[in-house]
Design a binder for this molecule. Structure first.
Ligand code: ADP
Length: 169
């Protein structure tokens, strides 16, 4: 698998699937989640509501992933995953790694060849950037997957720099 970094907006990526740093309600939020629903249109939220009414009545658990349409976005699917809120007193690294592993597992089920990830948990959920980047790159590198091209799409220069450092290691 080829891993690359882009500084930019994940909603503009022409890939088979983009990953959303969602919250467990699946009903929208701020940050990258807000941008995806805003630009992708109401179809995405409709499918999320159906997921809540069927398989995920209690919401999507942290570390898991589920796919919907990408609505009007150039991508074909949005894979929603719920990152852990950062905690200084409890190690939640494996939950964060699980977001990437589970997203790739769902991607494989869909036959995805190209995927774009945001920096899950590195925004409102407060994860320190270097650590978030190290866990993300490590999890994607270690994954057994048929996905050929994984790109991290980092919105701001500080997050991009943290991922550059992690990828060089
Ligand atoms: P979380 O709640 O998991 O922390 P956020 O959406 O708050 O999720 O932030 C995750 C990362 O996504 C942050 O680095 C934020 O800057 C970034 N981000 C926000 N909007 C976009 C976007 N349109 N494309 C890519 N990344 C984005």
């Amino acid at each position: 698998m080829r891993i690359s970094l882009v500084q930019g907006d994940i909603t503009e990526q022409h890939v088979d699937a983009i990953v959303n740093a969602a919250n467990s309600s699946l009903l929208g939020g701020g940050g990258v989640d807000g941008a995806i629903h805003r630009k992708g249109g109401p179809e995405i939220l409709e499918e999320c509501r159906r997921l809540r009414a069927s398989h995920y009545g209690g919401g999507l658990p942290t570390g898991q992933a589920v796919a919907t349409t990408a609505g009007r976005l150039p991508a074909r699917w949005v894979i929603h995953t719920v990152g852990p809120v950062y905690s200084a007193s409890e190690d939640r690294s494996d939950q964060l790694a699980s977001c990437y592993r589970e997203s790739l597992r769902v991607a494989d089920e869909l036959g995805v060849e190209t995927i774009a990830f945001p920096a899950v948990s590195a925004g409102v959920y407060g994860w320190p950037l270097d650590d978030a980047a190290r866990i993300a790159v490590g999890a994607v590198r270690a994954a057994q997957t048929k996905v050929e091209d994984a790109r991290f799409v980092l919105f701001t220069p500080d997050v991009f720099a943290a991922f550059e450092k992690a990828l060089e290691r």
